[in-house]
Design a protein around this ligand. Sequence first.
Ligand SMILES: [Zn+2]
Ligand SMILES: [Zn+2]
Length: 324
Amino acid sequence: MKCVVCGVKEATVYQRHTGMALCRDCFMEDIIKRVSNEVKRFDMFNERHKLMLAVSGGKDSYVLLDVILKLHDPSRVGVVSIVEGIEGYNRAEDLVRVKGLASKHGVDVVVISLKDYVGLSLSEIVSMSREKSINVSPCTYCGVLRRKAINEVARDLGYDRVLTAHNLDDEVQTALLNVLRGDLFRLVQLHPKGPLLSSLFVRKVKPLRKIYEEEIAVYAHIIGYEFQTTDCPYLRFQPSLRARLREYLYRLERKNPGTMLKFLNTLDEFLEKYLSKYVSYPELPKCLNCGEATAYGRKYCMACELLMNLGVEKPKYLRLSPRG
Ligand SMILES: [Zn+2]
Ligand SMILES: [Zn+2]
């Protein structure tokens, strides 16, 4: 069968949500075009911006880097990765491929461990937490500290945007979670033009948010990414509602291809109107310990509070100075 777009090459990829059979080249072109359209539609970044990609080393971050290098000047791209430090799980190995792709294009890579950043690895934090019988999941410590570190690294090094590799499946799960929990505040922040709540935040954007996870896997395969990442041993502590939604959405999408994409497009349009008319939030207050932004009505930021509950008296964080 020939590709339905070019009509020349052999079709090797079936694109479920459009029902089209495409050749590799037309498939890749379609992904890049859709990412580029999403970036422009929401003004995610422009050619002058310095972009910092927050990467884990998995296939999504590898694809994000590949796509961004096709859309943006590599001299204005950087990569940051925060290594959690989990016993029996060496993510530094997963980073090898991303690092290889980055260095081929002369892109800076910054790798920081949580141990460097805050003096404790995730494994140490989790065992302190268990000793004190604190009911906080490893994913919470990890997520809070990583988000804080990435924002500070990007700001310290003079980047204009932080790019994350969240895909369509991730984004729809998060949107539905916020709807089901009645969390309008978080739902609004999911929109690419959501309010920037603090002048200390570097704006975060998600260029792959309209690309299915399945498509990213195909793209990764085409560009030669080998799948052999190890799963995080704390995976089973992830919130179960998200896991159930993921399963449900997967089945829904099989029966009605294109559902997730339509849902997110509708939500975007709806929130855009809502944002332009009804939403204005004051600047977030600053943490009394570290000076970074914290939620309304709080004295300390989540990171400082979590660490203080573990017995760390005045948490200190690594700061990087801008490069010349
Ligand atoms: Zn084609
Ligand atoms: Zn703080």
